[in-house]
Structure formats: C-alpha cells, structure tokens
Design a protein around this ligand. Structure first.
Ligand code: SPD
Length: 353
C-alpha cells in the first residue's frame, strides 16, 4: 500500500513541476511600449485570437520619451519600437536582447535593403517595422504661396499657421539644414545658431504635435508644417489638396523597428509577436491604417490582390512610395554620442522660450 502512495506522490509532484515549467515558457500577456497611432487594434486582436496572449499597449510620442523612461528603470516591457538612431544608443548601452532568429521565419519577407542596417549591424537586435520620411506638408488651397524649402516656413505670412512635430532631432535637424549645416552636427556653435533660428520660428508655430498633426492640416487651422510621411498620407486621403514635398535642403529618412528590451518578462510572447507582425496579412493592416512605407516585400505583393484600390494609391503616393528623386536628398538621423545632451538642452530651452 505504501509503495502506491509513494508512486501517487511522485506523479503529483511531476505534474506540478511540469505545470510550473510550462507557465514560465508560455506567456499569456505581452507588454508593448510603442509610438501612439502606430499599431492597428485589429492586428493586436488577431494576435490575441491566434495565441491567446493579451496585449497591453502603452504609448509614447518620441524616441526620447521612451528612452528616458527605460533608462529611468521602467521594466516589464516586452517589445518597444525605437527608431534607427535610438537602436544604436540602446544597443550600445546593452538595453536590448538579441533576437532568436530561429523563431522569425517571416524575417525572409522583408525587403533586403532593410537587412543588416548601419544602426544594427547583422540585424541582431531589431526588425524593421515601418519606414518613412520627415518632410514639408502644406495645403495648396490655404497657403499664401507655394513653399519649396524649409526656409519658407520662416515667412511671416505663416504666423500661427504651422504644425511642427514634437521631435527634437527632426526639428533641430531641419533648422541645421536651413543654416547649411549637417543635421547630425556635434558642433556646439552650430547648435547654438540652430536654437536662435528656431526661436525666430516660434511666432509661426501653431502647435507641436507628433501624434496626429494631420488633423490640424485637415481642419485648415494649420496651413503647412513638418510631419512624418504617414501624417501626410492621412491628410491627403482626406483632402487631395494636401502636398508633401522633400524641400530643397533635403528631408529626413528613417526606419522604425521592433526590439525586445533586456529583461523582458515575456520573451517567448515577444518573439511570437515580432514574427506575427511580419506576416503579410497582418503587415498590410499597418499600412492601410497608418500609411507609412512598408519594408515587407511580401506584404506589398499580398496587398496587390487583397486590396487593389489601396495598392494603386500606395504605389502612386509620394509619401508612401517616394520616388528616387524625392529620396535623392534625404538624410537619416544618426546617434550623436555625447552631443545628445546638447540637443536635449537646446530642445528644452527652445520649448520653454
Ligand atoms: N505615430 C507614429 C509615428 C512614428 C514615427 N517615427 C518616426 C521617427 C523619426 N525620427
């Protein structure tokens, strides 16, 4: 009799141990920290339906906001969406976990141009999420003249009529370019001049908005501004008088990525999510919803048959599918190392001015 009791006890212990082990590997939650207005709810619902993993989605409006929060010790996030130059910083500071490529069969769907980028050599820590430009938007029916360069934004006729991204590297970069400097300069004197230049622009600025700047253009409250390509596409979709141009000084070009912060509590769920986002049918939801450029080749091919009307407007759009001429003068933002603190304090001073 005793031997049976012992066997039962051992069996119960084995069941208990295996239950503990499986609760560690199969997560039921995913904590996502990403840009606002960037991930369609439908995609998150589809992910939950497929894997039974609930997604908690916290948002931010700039790379600097996300980075500061993580650097201050915020933990618990499983997936973040840094832009290129922020990846460089996070990789350098050991803030990201390397990806397990064996769990990313959909990685092969990506356009080869976005593999092995300068900001993440060997694509060890990140996958491209969406791609874009930052450039000049205006409504040709409201502007008093047709702007061609960033310097036109300083025209007094734009008083109180500009919407600007609340994005320090993009806005300071624009001022540096107007002054004829490199948008990634580390020269304190050039940065000081950029601050003065931006202070002179302040009377023309109606508002700073990195989340939905298109709404100010659509309402007619703002006549022009500096926005991301997705904002310009959304504005154009609602009003075909909206123009999006790469000005004479050159526009910005960027890649936003998905990455896993070090110490992510649900790494298994995070890897599943990354692979899921690269699925063509999920990936096109992002493009249809937010209208950036999609780095997923298979998704664009899928779009052609799944939604031919939207595919045609995607291909014809200078914001979603920019021509080589548009991109000819586009420059990326790169990590400026210790000079980051100069950019941060310039931005704080300028905003407070
Ligand atoms: N609302 C989502 C916006 C994402 C834009 N990321 C662009 C970063 C450019 N430096």
């Amino acid at each position: 009799m005793k031997i049976y009791r012992l066997i039962t006890l051992v069996a119960m212990l084995a069941i208990l141990l295996s239950a503990c082990a499986s609760s560690q590997t199969s997560s039921t939650e995913l904590n996502l920290y990403g840009w606002s207005d960037y991930i369609p709810q439908q995609l998150l619902d589809n992910f939950t339906a497929k894997y039974g993993i609930k997604v908690n989605y916290d948002t931010y409006s700039s790379n600097e906001e996300m980075l500061a929060k993580l650097q201050a010790g915020a933990s618990g996030y499983d997936v973040v969406i840094p832009s290129d130059y922020t990846d460089t910083i996070m990789i350098k500071q050991g803030m990201l976990d390397p990806l397990d490529m064996s769990q990313l069969p959909n990685f092969s769907n990506l356009d080869q141009r976005y593999i092995n980028p300068d900001y993440d050599p060997g694509s060890k820590y990140t996958i491209p999420y969406q791609v874009g430009t930052t450039a000049l938007v205006y409504d040709k029916t409201t502007v008093p003249f047709e702007p061609k360069s960033y310097s036109d934004l300083w025209d007094p006729r734009f008083k109180g009529r500009l919407v600007m991204l609340d994005d320090e590297r993009e806005v300071i970069g624009m001022a540096l370019q107007v002054l004829g400097y490199d948008r990634n300069t580390t020269d304190p004197n050039q940065l000081q001049q950029a601050e003065q230049k931006l202070i002179a622009l302040k009377p023309n600025i109606l508002k700073f908005d990195s989340d939905t700047p298109e709404t100010s253009i659509i309402s007619g409250e703002a006549w022009a501004g500096l926005v991301y390509n997705g904002n310009a596409s959304l504005a154009f979709a609602s009003d075909s008088n909206v123009m999006y141009i790469c000005p004479t000084e050159g526009c910005g070009i960027w890649i936003d990525t998905l990455a896993i912060p070090k110490g992510a509590p649900h790494k298994d769920a995070a890897m599943k999510f990354l692979n899921f986002v690269l699925d063509p049918a999920q990936s096109i939801l992002i493009t249809e919803g937010f209208m950036y450029s999609n780095p997923n080749d298979a998704a664009i091919t899928y779009l052609k048959t799944a939604d031919p009307t939207f595919y045609a407007s995607y291909m014809a759009s200078s914001s979603m599918n920019p021509s080589p001429a548009f991109l000819g003068n586009a420059k990326p933002i790169v990590d400026v190392g210790n000079a980051t603190t100069l950019y941060d304090s310039l931005w704080t001073d300028f905003k407070a001015h």
